[in-house]
Design a binder for this molecule. Sequence first.
Ligand code: ADP
Ligand code: MG
Length: 472
Amino acid sequence: MRWKLLILFFLVSYLPLMLFSSILLERMETYYLDQSKSEWLRKANMIASQINQGNYLKDDSNETAFMYMLTETSKDKEFDARILVINEQGFVVGDSSQADLNRTILNKQVFDALEGQDSAEKQKQDDTMIMSAAASIVDKEDKNLVTGAVLISASIDDVYDSLNAMKTQTYLLSLLTSLIVGLLSFFTSGLIIKPLKTLLRFVERITNGQLDQKIDITGKDEVSELGHAINHMTEQLARVEQSREEFVSNVSHELKTPLSSIKVLTESLLFQENVPEEMYKEFFTDINSEVDRLNNIVNDLLTLVRLDQKEIPLNISEVNINKMIQDILKRLSPLANQKNIELTYEGQEEVNAQVDEVKLTLALSNLVENGIKYTPDGGKVHVTLNLDHQDAFVSVKDTGIGINEEEQSKIFERFYRTDKTRNRETGGTGLGLAITYKTIVMHGGRISVESKEQEGTRFLVKVPLRYQLDAR
Ligand SMILES: Nc1ncnc2c1ncn2[C@@H]1O[C@H](COP(=O)(O)OP(=O)(O)O)[C@@H](O)[C@H]1O
Ligand SMILES: [Mg+2]
């Protein structure tokens, strides 16, 4: 795995370097060739003007001087080239190597030169690179008259030799640089990877359930930011885990109380001889109400669990909230009558909202039922319904025992019951408000509470008229 990284680092530096080198070398070759061309052209012209000065082409008497000049120049160390002189008709009248004397040479370069056009070209002959430069010779008197041409051929292998040497060196250097860069990147990447590996091991420990640890973070780079995020996540996980444990222990505790009552009641009947019939009746009534309580707790728990399951969506339909509340009150009025509590309602008639009818009925019932339960005999529970252009507002107000300020924030927690109500006969499961809260939030709404001890409590619910799927 790691060596692949090394190759990658190497290639990443090698490829651009190669590209860069080859472009550079190509430019250099063009430059040196151009240099060499103009140099040989200059030399060809130099000879052409010597011939012009000596008037060698017109004046045969200078023949020896002409030949001497040619051979000497071609042998010159700096020159070292073959020189051909061609007359107007294309005959070779002078050749430093003597080989082509009196033959005709009419290639394009010579032809162009006779037309007055100088040129230089590189050519490949056998294994050597040749530069041939052709220059026209003009008449001594008439500068517009071309009397012949000079053709110089010189080996430019030396240019290519040094270019090739440069090529090899450049490519070797690129290779070496890339190797060094690759190795350096490889080892520095190791330095970056090391803290990541530490994080990885830490995350593995968290996955195994060790939530009580923290990463030591130094510095202020992206990796340490990731470390902070992981620490934060671990804290959250620990919190979730803690509340889960609390929930389980609460559930067990709540179930245990009625179970142990049932156990005590049944045993006292079982182990007693000649129990009178009234006692049987009394105890079984108690057992029955404990079973009811168990039943309530389990039902409420099931409701909560279902609300927690995100896959089960709300069953939304257009519901008349006005009618819904009136039905709730009708159902709960016997309970209010028992306690001689005045249950009143005041509301707008046309309040239609997109809600889950069953769930919202349960949620609002809980509020009204609480109002009745936690208000002493002879008190009042007043429900109102209002709306604005986007929400419906339901208020449930009682003249009951109230909730002190510290406990107001806790009553929506599962199983929470205030100090005052905890040991009462009226005591429910402590899950009602948790269900109500969850349901309202799922509808994209809000619930809040205002209360004063001994004076009364008011719950205010806001539910959007239009249900939006992403409101949750
Ligand atoms: N209207 C109210 N007046 C006073 N206390 C209330 C009222 N509604 C709720 N509470 C307090 O909040 C607790 C939680 O309510 P809830 O979840 O409905 O549980 P319960 O099953 O006890 O009714 C209640 O036990 C009670 O202490
Ligand atoms: Mg309740």
